[in-house]
Design a protein around this ligand. Structure first.
Ligand code: NAG
Ligand code: NAG
Ligand code: NAG
Ligand code: NAG
Ligand code: NAG
Ligand code: NAG
Ligand code: NAG
Ligand code: NAG
Ligand code: NAG
Ligand code: NAG
Length: 368
C-alpha cells in the first residue's frame, strides 16, 4: 500500500488539554444520576464547577484509607480545573479501594483522572496500576494528565475502583466520575466485555475547544481534531434530529471533507496486539443544504473490506454507524478506514466525529 494512501493517524493531543479551566457561563441543568467525586477534597469544600455546573463532592464517604493533598500552583495566572486541585494519595498498603454505590444493571460511563500537580513536592510523577475490583483496568504513568474511561454495567449495587502500588511511587487519584447511559447504546456481547475509550474526537473543530456536559448530556469529553489538508465544513449548531447516541450539536456542527472530490477520506490507528478488538463509532450530520442536483453518498471500508454503505447524511440530523459484537474490528496491526464517494455521488464524503473503544475482558469479580 502506498504511503500517500495511508491517510491520517488519529490521536489525542494529551499535553495540557483538559486541565486548564476555561470559564464559560452556563445555566444549571439536570445532571440526575451523575456521581462526581473530587478525590482528596475536604468535605466542607464541595463545589459546583463553574464551567459545567457539575456538582463535585468529597470522596470522604467512599474510602477510609489514603491522605488528602493539595497540588502545587502551576503558574500565577493559570487556573487548574477545580476538581483537580486536590488528590488522594495512598502511601500505605498495596491495594486501596473505593466503594461507590451505583444502580445495579444501569450502564455507566466511568472516568478516573489523574493530575499529579507535584502535590508531594518531590517532582517525581509515580506509575501505578488502576484496578476495577479484581480486574486489572490499566497502568497509569502520571507524568502527564491522564484520564481513563470504561463503559460498564454493574451487576452489584456498588463498584470498587482500586489503586495499586507497583513499586514505582505512591499511587494517587484526582477524580472519579460516573454517568448513567441509556442501556440501548454501546452494546457489547456481555456485561463482562467492557468498552475502554481509545479516542473520541470532534473532527474539523473550528474553536479548538473540548466539549463535555452540558453540551453532551452523557458528559463524554470530545477533543478537538483538526485534519491537515482537509476542507472544514460548519453550520450553526442546531441539530434538528438527535439519535440515541446523542452526540452534542456543537460537535456535529463541524466536519471535514476531501478537497479533491474524488479522493477518499482516510485515517488509521495502530494496535499493540493483533488480537485486540475495537468498536468504531462514526458520526455524521449533513452540514450543507444540498441543491436538488447534488448528492452525497459514500461507502466505508476498513482495511479495504466493505464495512458499511452507502451512507447518505441527512441535513441537520445525527447519524451513527457503529460496530457491534458481531462485527468488532480485530486481527490487524493497523486499521485503515476509508470513506469513498459512490459512483453517482456529486459530493465527497464527510466525517463529523469519531469514537474508538477497545474491548477489555472484566470477568474477574467486580468487587475487591
Ligand atoms: C459534601 O459531600 C459529602 C458527600 O461526599 C456529604 O456527605 C457532605 O455532607 C457534603 N458537605 C457539604 C458541606 O455539603
Ligand atoms: C500575569 O498577569 C499579569 C497581568 O495580567 C501580567 O503582568 C503578568 O506578567 C502575568 N504573569 C505571568 C506569569 O504570566
Ligand atoms: C451505600 O449503600 C449502602 C447500602 O444501601 C448504605 O448503607 C451506604 O450508606 C451507602 N453509601 C453511601 C456513601 O451512600
Ligand atoms: C513515565 O513516563 C515518562 C515519560 O514517558 C518516563 O520518563 C518515566 O520513566 C515513566 N515512569 C515510569 C515509572 O516508568
Ligand atoms: C443485579 O441485577 C441482576 C439482574 O439484573 C440480578 O441477577 C442480581 O442479583 C442483582 N444483584 C444485586 C446485588 O442486586
Ligand atoms: C433509551 O433509548 C431507547 C431507544 O432509543 C428509548 O426508547 C428510550 O426512551 C431511552 N431511554 C431513556 C431513559 O432515554
Ligand atoms: C480548518 O480549520 C482549522 C482551525 O480553524 C485551521 O487550522 C485549518 O487550517 C483549516 N483547514 C483548512 C483547509 O482551511
Ligand atoms: C483526486 O483524487 C483521485 C482519486 O484519489 C486521483 O486519482 C486524482 O489524481 C486526484 N486529483 C488531484 C487533482 O489531485
Ligand atoms: C457501495 O456499496 C454498495 C452496497 O451497499 C454497492 O452496491 C456499491 O457498488 C458500492 N459503491 C462503491 C463505489 O464501492
Ligand atoms: C448511477 O447513475 C446511473 C445513470 O443515471 C444509473 O444508471 C445507475 O443505476 C446509478 N447507480 C446507482 C448505484 O445508483
Amino acid at each position: 500500500m502506498k504511503k500517500t494512501m495511508m491517510g491520517t493517524l488519529l490521536h489525542f493531543l494529551t499535553v495540557l488539554l483538559g486541565v486548564l479551566s476555561i470559564l464559560v457561563l452556563v445555566q444549571a441543568q439536570d445532571q440526575s444520576g451523575f456521581i462526581s467525586i473530587a478525590c482528596g477534597l475536604p468535605e466542607h469544600l464541595n463545589f459546583s464547577s463553574k464551567s459545567t455546573t457539575i456538582n463535585y463532592i468529597s470522596d470522604a464517604n467512599f474510602i477510609d484509607t489514603g491522605v488528602s493533598n493539595r497540588i502545587q500552583p502551576i503558574g500565577n495566572n493559570i487556573t487548574v480545573l477545580q476538581q483537580l486541585e486536590y488528590v488522594r494519595s495512598f502511601p500505605n498498603g498495596v491495594k486501596n479501594c473505593y466503594k461507590i454505590n451505583v444502580t445495579n444493571g444501569t450502564k455507566y460511563l466511568i472516568r478516573a483522572s489523574f493530575f499529579y500537580g507535584n502535590y508531594d513536592n518531590l517532582n517525581e510523577p509515580p506509575q501505578f496500576d488502576l484496578h476495577f475490583g479484581a480486574n486489572v483496568w490499566d497502568t497509569i504513568n502520571a507524568s502527564l494528565y491522564r484520564t481513563r474511561e470504561i463503559i460498564y454495567t454493574p451487576s452489584q449495587d456498588y463498584i470498587q475502583p482500586c489503586l495499586v502500588n507497583t513499586g514505582n511511587g505512591t499511587p494517587f487519584i484526582s477524580t472519579i466520575e460516573l454517568r448513567p447511559l441509556n442501556n440501548t447504546i454501546y452494546v457489547t456481547d456481555s456485561p463482562k466485555s467492557v468498552l475502554l475509550r481509545f479516542l473520541r474526537l470532534d473532527i474539523g473543530s473550528i474553536t479548538n475547544l473540548q466539549y463535555r456536559y452540558k453540551d453532551d448530556v452523557y458528559d463524554r469529553i470530545w477533543a478537538p481534531f483538526q485534519w491537515d489538508g482537509k476542507k472544514n465544513l460548519s453550520t450553526n449548531n442546531d441539530l434538528l434530529l438527535q439519535n440515541n447516541h446523542k452526540p452534542p450539536s456543537i460537535v456535529m456542527s463541524t466536519a471535514v471533507t476531501s478537497v479533491n472530490a474524488s479522493a477518499p477520506l482516510q485515517f488509521y490507528w495502530d494496535s499493540d496486539d493483533v488480537n485486540d478488538q475495537y468498536y468504531l463509532y462514526l458520526y455524521f450530520n449533513e452540514v450543507e443544504e444540498l441543491a436538488a442536483s447534488e448528492t452525497r453518498a459514500f461507502n466505508i471500508t476498513v482495511n479495504e473490506k466493505f464495512w458499511y454503505g452507502p451512507v447518505i447524511p441527512t441535513y441537520r440530523a445525527a447519524y451513527t454507524v457503529y460496530s457491534n459484537s458481531a462485527t468488532p474490528l480485530t486481527g490487524a496491526a493497523r486499521y485503515q478506514v476509508s470513506l469513498s464517494k459512490t459512483e453517482n455521488s456529486s459530493l465527497p464524503p464527510i466525517l463529523n466525529a469519531v469514537e474508538i473503544y477497545k474491548i477489555k475482558d472484566f470477568s474477574e469479580s467486580e468487587t475487591a
